[in-house]
Design a protein around this ligand. Sequence first.
Ligand SMILES: [Fe+2]
Length: 191
Amino acid sequence: MTESTVAGATDVAVLNDLPARTLTRPELRELVSAIADDPAVWQQHVAYDDEHRHYVCLHRDANVDVWVLCWTPSNDTGWHDHDVSSGAVAVADGEVTEHNLVIGSAALEVRVPAGHSFSFGPDHIHRMTGVAEGSVSIHAYSPPLWRMGQYAISTTGVLRRTSVSYADELRPIDEPFPDDQERLRDAALHP
Ligand SMILES: [Fe+2]
C-alpha cells in the first residue's frame, strides 16, 4: 500500500447525501458508478506501483467506505473475502479482471472494462488483477471494511483463511505451508 489516509474533506455531492444506515448492493453500485463517472473526484489520487498496489480512501463513515484503486497488470489482490461487508466495484479507466474461485477446476475470470460495474455480498470470495496499464476502479463497502479474509492455497490444494485488517495490503499468499507434509503424514498414519 502506498497511501491509506482518507482523502481531504469531500465536496462530492453523492458522498454528502448518503443514507445513515447500511447500504444495499444496488445503492453501493450506484454510488461507485457515480464516482467513477466523475474523474474530478478521483483523478488527483491516481498513481501506479507494480510492487505495492496504490489505493486511497475517498470516504469513510459508520456505514460505508469508498476507495479509489489503481492497477497495473502486475497488481493482484490474491483470494480474499470482505468479512461481513457487501461491496461494489466500478471500473473508471482501463480494465480489471475479477476471478472467482472454483473448487476442482480453473477459476472463472470476468474482464470488467471501464464503464462497467458489479456488486457482491459478504458471501463472495474473489481475486482482482489489473489488465490494462493505467487502470482505475472505485470500490465501496457497507458496513465499512474492518477485517477481511485472505486465502492461501497450498501446494497440496488445501485452502486456508487468514484474517487481516482492512489497512493491510491484500496480496497473493499462495505458498506451501510448512506443516503440510506433516499433516499428510499424520493423515496417512491415522486414516
Ligand atoms: Fe475484494
